[in-house]
Design a protein around this ligand. Structure first.
Ligand code: SF4
Length: 292
């Protein structure tokens, strides 16, 4: 499937939003029974998305509570996507189409931050930074598939390098870390980096950079023992077994070896290997024994 990215003006996006077939069911519409209340949440004033006017200032805590409730209404609104696209679009004068209030589930500050990120990325990452052979190979591979191994194979690099280049591309495009693959590819297309390439679309939930893969070492089985009434972890079972096997082998070797008697040691011309030389300290006693 080929994804076509066309840049629409704020006026076109506003028209799309106003002409959406579910526009009349939007959450911030006036309630049918009370035009001063909001249809999506009758406990809210109809203007809760934009706050009180200049003559009724509100504290930071009240503002945050109001905005959270307004965002809750947006999240259940059937035209949220169209609303966000319009409100976050940029006018001819370079400003947001809707600079104030909550629109499309996002606060004014969030939409401004996103706009600044886009501009910083456009300035900070000139096209030549995308022109390395490896980055281009990974970007082209990412347009065709999204599995980390397939992307690495298509780009002709190992998985670790492919993932590193994917992170680098996301950063250079000025996108947040957890951005989806489709969003990253749309940003790359806007920068003219996917000229003549078909993008194989996913469902929009595939991350542009896969989560880091940890090399897991299989844990040795442990056993719990009671020590002073408390459960304590003992050393791994496999290691204890190995140790006990070694000890048993040592004991068996000791039992099997002939134990030299004192007389053997005294009469031996050379001390037995591993034994110190025995010096007869009481030769008189030995003579007495011989006499008996
Ligand atoms: S998404 Fe837009 S139209 Fe829907 S409730 Fe929020 S501000 Fe209103």
């Amino acid at each position: 499937m080929t994804e076509q990215t066309t840049v629409k003006s704020s006026a076109q996006l506003r028209k799309e939003w106003l002409e959406h077939r579910f526009f009349r069911y939007r959450g911030c519409a006036p309630h049918p029974d009370d035009p001063m209340r909001m249809a999506g949440d009758p406990s809210l004033h109809v203007g809760a998305h934009h706050g009180p006017d200049a003559f009724a200032p509100e504290g930071q805590k009240e503002r945050r509570t109001r905005e959270e409730k307004a965002i809750e209404v947006c999240l259940n609104c059937p035209v949220m996507v169209a609303c966000d696209r319009y409100a976050s679009s940029v006018d001819g004068d370079g400003k947001l189409a809707e600079p104030d209030g909550v629109w499309g589930g996002r606060r004014s500050l969030e939409r401004h931050k996103a706009l600044i990120r886009q501009r910083v990325a456009a300035v900070a990452a000139p096209d030549r930074q995308f022109q390395t052979a490896q980055k281009q190979a990974v970007l082209r591979a990412l347009a065709g598939c999204w599995d980390p191994f397939e992307v690495a194979a298509a780009a002709g690099v190992d998985v670790r390098t492919a993932n590193w280049q994917r992170s680098s591309l996301v950063r250079l495009l000025g996108l947040p870390k957890g951005v989806s693959r489709m969003r990253a590819l749309a940003a790359a297309r806007e920068r003219g980096l996917l000229e003549g390439l078909d993008v194989v679309a996913d469902d929009g939930t595939v991350p542009a950079v896969p989560p880091p893969t940890k090399t897991t070492v299989p844990a040795e089985p442990t056993q719990l023992g009671l020590w002073g009434g408390q459960a304590v972890a003992k050393a791994p079972v496999a290691r204890r077994r190995r140790r006990s096997v070694r000890r048993r082998a040592r004991v068996r070797a000791r039992v099997a070896a002939p134990v030299p008697t004192l007389d053997d040691a005294l009469n031996a011309p050379q001390p037995a290997p591993g034994l110190a030389r025995v010096i007869p300290l009481f030769p008189a006693n030995r003579r007495l024994e011989a006499a008996v």
